[in-house]
Write a protein that binds this ligand. Structure first.
Ligand code: SF4
Ligand code: SF4
Length: 103
């Protein structure tokens, strides 16, 4: 898997904002902050609440209610191989769930 580029083009293709796992509460919490973060330029950001395959797990999304990654162009263009990039994968995280949790 190659590194997903943190670009506006990829962000436009990202399906996370339409995903049922990205709850309204998380959107209300994160969208204003995301707007401020974007001023620094997407490529300079350590974290962004969206395009989770590039920025890592969400600090808000906690439950798998479905995932649209496999319908996303970024997923196919970058040969990604799993879903729910918004959810943590560390077993010791309280928010980790299901088979993706690893030690
Ligand atoms: S990574 Fe997948 S599950 Fe998470 S918000 Fe994006 S599309 Fe939904
Ligand atoms: S693969 Fe998933 S996390 Fe990555 S840009 Fe697409 S919808 Fe967003």
């Amino acid at each position: 898997m190659k590194r997903v580029a943190k670009t506006k083009e990829n962000l436009k293709k990202c399906r996370c904002s339409d995903c049922p796992s990205y709850t309204l509460g998380c959107k209300l919490k994160n969208y204003p902050l995301n707007f401020v973060r974007m001023i620094d330029g997407l490529d300079n950001l350590e974290h962004f609440e969206g395009m989770f395959c590039a920025y890592g797990a969400s600090t808000c999304i906690a439950e798998d209610k479905g995932c649209l990654c496999e319908d996303c162009a970024v997923f196919h263009e970058n040969a990604l191989n799993r879903a729910e990039y918004c959810l943590p994968t560390q077993k010791n995280s309280a928010r980790c769930q299901g088979a993706q949790c690893q030690a």
